[in-house]
Design a protein around this ligand. Sequence first.
Ligand code: ADP
Ligand code: MG
Length: 354
Amino acid sequence: MFKNIKDKFLKMTSNEIGIDLGTANTLVYVSGRGVIINEPSVVAVNQKTGRVVAVGAQAKAMLGRTPGHIVAVRPIVDGVISDFEVTEEMLSYLIKKAEELSKKMLGPKVVVGVPYGVTNVERRAVRDAARNAGAREVHIIEEPMAAAIGIRLPVREATGSMIVDIGGGTTDIAVISLGGIVRAKNLKVAGDKLNSDIMSYIRNEFKILIGEKTAEDLKIAIATVIEHKPALEAAIRGRDLVTGLPREVIVTDSDIREAIGPSMDTFLESVKEVLETTPPEILADVMRNGIHLAGGGALIRGLPEVLSKYVGIPVHVADDPLTAVARGAGIILEDMDVFEEMLIQNEDELPTRK
Ligand code: ADP
Ligand code: MG
């Protein structure tokens, strides 16, 4: 009786929120409201005072532009927490913001995604950071599962579904059936790697230095993995390696294609590897249902076509691919009984998958 009253009270006054703690972006889904926060995973810290100066888009704009005593940090690297304190600060800021926006307080119940195959220690760090940031209850879900749920693939049915989530730090490739991950691979070739490929290429071919932000803008503006007619072009400014002075050059989509070619090959090969070890019945399902792409990398021009041709399976880009994981976390929260078995309940008792 008292428990019921307590549960009702908590439901009225506290939030249920799903968090996609990504290397590039952190999204917050609030139950009944949808994705209400979507910010780059960047925090600017004043090193003199130890205070957080900015979080999210504001902090990202500071990357590479900070004076000596302010550092802009990306606390998530390759999908896992690399700076615990800063992650905690970021989560606490975002949870507070979610509480303000939804006018509910009292420590939310949270579902957070982690990449496939992270260690127990890495999962525990996520759980602890969310708790310290104010969460009353923390549940962990593997990101490819959350993404598949987010785009409403039939994950609990006796049919194979395949999801490829290309994020900033990692790409998760997973085949799912009957509520579990049947085959999966996590690789570090994702958006950030493409950015660094572009930086190296521009340095080697044009002899100018560009920053990470410029490389990313260039990728989003003109990257295409198949020839584009007419050619796509962008003017970029960087520092000439010889004179040390600024110089402007015109870069085309074919430059970018060459820059990211080797990484794209690794990506294609990895998807093929997962398919090669997928049991035949499930493989037949995947051939019929197609491969679903999520994450920001799904938006690279021509990628669905190239992947489809490489593996001989239809490829579909999820609607709104960058919010798939957060939406999945939200669907799980709203239907906890149905999805409970897919959550990672107690990381201390689970062996590490890798
Ligand atoms: P994460 O889950 O790791 O935070 P996201 O799924 O949010 O990653 O995707 C972020 C990555 O997607 C970044 O590397 C970004 O550069 C890339 N990205 C976003 N939009 C595009 C686009 N239109 N074309 C190519 N890459 C993109
Ligand atoms: Mg992600």
